[in-house]
Design a protein around this ligand. Structure first.
Ligand code: SF4
Length: 182
């Protein structure tokens, strides 16, 4: 297996702004974060298999996450034209989730098939999630839930990993993680 330094360098080479490994035991989980999803500010509540409530009860997801020993946490930082640059935010989210898919595909031997990959926001794999058509998930092996869906306190996670949660005016920061090791 690659060393922590090698894993971090791989993520930086692939376009992450920062990356780090933290013990899952130090991560703070808060079921209350689901209330943000329930407010449906993003319009995806109940519209994606990987968003609440379809992704599963938060207590079960937290218990699953706590079953791992380590989390490789990484962030992307992208520039926006201004704070209303919705297209820029969407493109940055897509870039993060493509990075997460690359981690899953190209580092599969490092983390094993049992690892838990989490991305930013809802799953962006299909242009329109099959949930909207009441059909099963098209790619259950690639579908991505978010850190927030698993109840993670992402601002605290950033601190744990030595990262800033916000990285300056007219930028957008997204987080991804892979949980591994038992
Ligand atoms: S892979 Fe496609 S169908 Fe499955 S959760 Fe993601 S967007 Fe929805």
């Amino acid at each position: 297996m690659k060393s922590e330094t090698e894993l971090v360098q791989t993520l930086l080479d692939w376009g992450a702004y920062r990356a780090g490994v933290v013990p899952v035991a130090n991560i703070e989980f808060e079921p209350e974060f689901r209330k943000m999803c329930e407010s449906n500010a993003c319009g995806m509540y109940g519209k994606s298999w990987m968003c609440p409530p379809c992704v599963g009860p938060v207590d079960e997801l937290i218990a699953r996450a706590k079953g791992y020993r380590w989390a490789l946490v990484y962030q992307t930082v992208d520039n926006l034209e201004d704070s209303y640059d919705f297209e820029g935010m969407m493109a940055a989210g897509q870039r993060m989730n493509e990075l997460t898919q690359r981690v899953r595909a190209e580092l599969a031997d490092e983390f094993g098939p049992d690892a838990l990959h989490l991305g930013a926001g809802g799953c962006r794999l299909c242009p329109v999630c099959a949930k909207r058509e009441d059909k099963p998930c098209r790619f259950p092996d690639k579908a991505l839930a978010s850190l927030e869906a698993y109840g993670m306190n992402v601002s605290r996670l950033a601190e744990l990993a030595g990262m800033k949660y916000i990285n300056g005016q007219d930028t957008v920061t997204y987080f991804g993680a892979v949980l591994f090791g038992r």
